[in-house]
Design a protein around this ligand. Structure first.
Ligand SMILES: *Cc1c(COP(=O)(O)O)cnc(C)c1O
Length: 431
């Protein structure tokens, strides 16, 4: 395979864009090498500017549950654009998408559309703080909720529980309002509630973690969070930006049967255009302006073209839910990967729920961020590049979720497994 065109374009991009990209993970820092510049995407395939074709398991990081460029979404966008691209005034498309979302996610009584997942979690947390009149929040080590100041915080070492910023430029005063607990460890949450009684506005969690690689909630974890939040009168926020409409029509809250007070959405609800949303119980959402005193606004929020793309995507999901088939196909692919790794005796952990999955190069189960960090990221990087060379596009980091779309076929899974087998054999020989 040749990558000369991508390499040239990346060099040129780097003269003008910070790091040559507009979102850091795209730069391949986690795996080395230069990012591929994509020319075209259709169905389960990507083509780069050198003409190489890949089976895509990134799916634009989650939105493409129907594969790339499905006709019903393209047509909805074309129809919408004929009437203009932005009005800065209400349009019916917003109410329509709100109705589709509410029909699937009954915990959402009122919703506010924004332009990204980051904006959704910022809005949800501000609303939760306004509603409870408390300042502190709890998040979990390894959970990503977008790049807002108070959310770019993970646990420090040892017993440290007060947040330290993960990024330069985050005021420590803000980070200190963020308390960090351990995913799948209810005790770590209870301890924070005990230490800061009556001060915690909200607990925000990825109900299934996708941003540390895929990590599943253990049986009592989400119900336990529900109980703790109810008891402490804290707002339970499920960040379903990734899992919403990905794991079920009603997201992880439907799959695991736990009802949060607020939900953040993004990715799939925009059908590949920039849309985020937060919503929840009527009494909480009514603190948001113009109904209440919590300010949050957006020039392009509820954009009619983006709403149309989202509605077309959701309508199709409701009409023919792909979830059972997605789960079956993904489970089959995972069985294949596990078997191959076992044959060549390379220790892996395959974490999967529905169409979200991660192949960790690790010899022990991964149930939280600390365990995920012990994975062999060097081996992952080698595997990643071997798969690229073989025409399979995986997320360029050990700590990201991969996605199967509803239009991936058995044929593509077979090719993926053959190529993974060859790649893992090479890793074994190199070891
Ligand atoms: C992607 C993601 C976000 C951020 O969404 P953006 O649209 O990239 O701002 C927030 N939370 C979760 C769980 C995500 O997966």
């Amino acid at each position: 395979m040749k990558f000369a065109h991508s390499q040239n374009l990346f060099q040129e991009a780097s003269l003008h864009l910070v790091g040559g990209v507009d979102s850091p993970v795209r730069a391949f820092k986690g795996v080395g090498g230069t990012p591929l510049f994509i020319k075209r995407a259709k169905g389960a395939s990507l083509w780069d500017v050198d003409g190489n074709r890949y089976i895509d398991y990134v799916g634009s990081w989650g939105p493409m549950i129907w594969g790339h460029a499905p006709l019903f979404v393209l047509n909805a966008i074309r129809r919408a654009i004929r009437s203009g691209t932005s009005f800065g005034a209400p349009s019916e498309a917003e109410t329509q998408l709100a109705q589709w979302v509410k029909r699937c996610v009954p915990s959402i009584e009122k919703i506010r559309f924004v332009n990204s997942g980051t904006e959704a979690t910022m809005g949800a947390i501000r609303a939760a703080r306004g509603y409870t009149k408390r300042d502190k929040i709890i998040k979990f080590d390894g959970c990503y909720h977008g790049h807002a100041d108070h959310l770019l915080v993970k646990a420090g070492s040892g017993a440290q529980t007060l947040g330290t910023p993960d990024s330069a430029g985050v005021p420590s005063a803000l980070a200190q309002e963020t308390l960090v607990a351990t995913y799948n460890d209810l005790g770590s949450v209870a301890a924070l509630f005990q230490k800061f009684p009556g001060q915690i506005a909200a607990v925000i969690v990825e109900p299934v973690v996708g941003n540390m690689g895929v990590i599943l909630p253990q049986a009592n974890f989400l119900p336990g969070l529900r109980d703790l939040c109810t008891h402490e009168q804290s707002v339970l926020i499920f960040d379903e930006v990734m899992t919403g409409f990905r794991l079920a029509l009603g997201g992880a809250q439907e799959l695991y049967g736990v009802k949060p007070d607020m939900t953040c959405l993004g990715k799939i609800i925009g059908g590949g255009l920039p849309v985020g949303a937060y919503g929840g119980a009527q009494d909480i959402m009514s603190v948001v302006a113009p109904e209440g005193p919590v300010y949050q606004a957006g020039t392009l929020s509820g954009n009619p073209v983006a709403m149309a793309a989202g509605s077309a995507t959701l309508k199709e999901l409701i009409k023919s839910p792909p979830y059972a088939q997605l789960n079956e196909a993904s489970s089959e692919l995972m069985r294949g990967l596990r078997d191959i790794a076992a044959q060549v005796s390379i220790p892996v952990q395959v974490n999967q729920v529905g169409s979200m999955w991660t192949l960790f190069f690790a010899d022990r189960p991964i149930t939280n961020a600390g365990e995920a960090r012990r994975s062999d990221t060097k081996r992952f990087a080698q595997f990643f590049h071997l798969m690229i060379e073989a025409g399979v596009y995986l997320p360029p980091s050990q700590f990201e979720a991969a996605f199967v779309s509803a239009v991936h076929t058995t044929h593509e899974f077979e090719k993926t497994l053959q190529r993974a087998e060859a790649a893992l054999q090479k890793l074994r020989e190199a070891a």
